[in-house]
Design a protein around this ligand. Structure first.
Ligand SMILES: [Zn+2]
Length: 125
């Protein structure tokens, strides 16, 4: 399905704000680390079949790995930290970033699914 750039930007903006990628009127999370089953405003389904969110987890892992590599090479090039300090900083980053990025990776995965094939309505199920 072809999407115009304004729709893509609008959807991504909603994803970064953790709002429904379809309507943008409700949050996709009921509480921290707890995805809603469906949108309370437009009724699209957020919680999907088993395995659907493996992509969100993979996106979180890949983003963490890429940022650790960037941080590692930045430390090598622009600082003179010793190895122990650098490894400690990278370890703390590697533990805290996936937790901080968790909600956004799930929201972005939902938004990507919305852009590619559209999220199903509850009545379609
Ligand atoms: Zn909605």
């Amino acid at each position: 399905m072809k999407r115009d750039p304004r729709t893509i930007i609008l959807t991504l903006r909603r994803c970064f704000k953790l709002q429904c990628p379809v309507c943008g009127r409700a949050s996709v999370f009921a509480k921290p680390f707890n995805l809603k089953v469906h949108c309370t405003a437009c009724d699209v389904i957020f919680k999907r079949e088993e395995g659907f969110f493996v992509g969100a987890i993979m996106a979180n892992v890949v983003a963490t790995e890429v940022l650790i590599l960037v941080a590692y090479f930045s430390c090598l090039l622009f600082t003179n930290l010793n190895d122990q300090t650098m490894l400690t900083v990278l370890f703390v980053f590697g533990v805290t970033f996936p937790l901080a990025f968790y909600h956004h990776s799930w929201s972005l995965w939902l938004g990507l699914d919305h852009l590619i094939e559209g999220l199903p309505q509850r009545s379609e199920r």
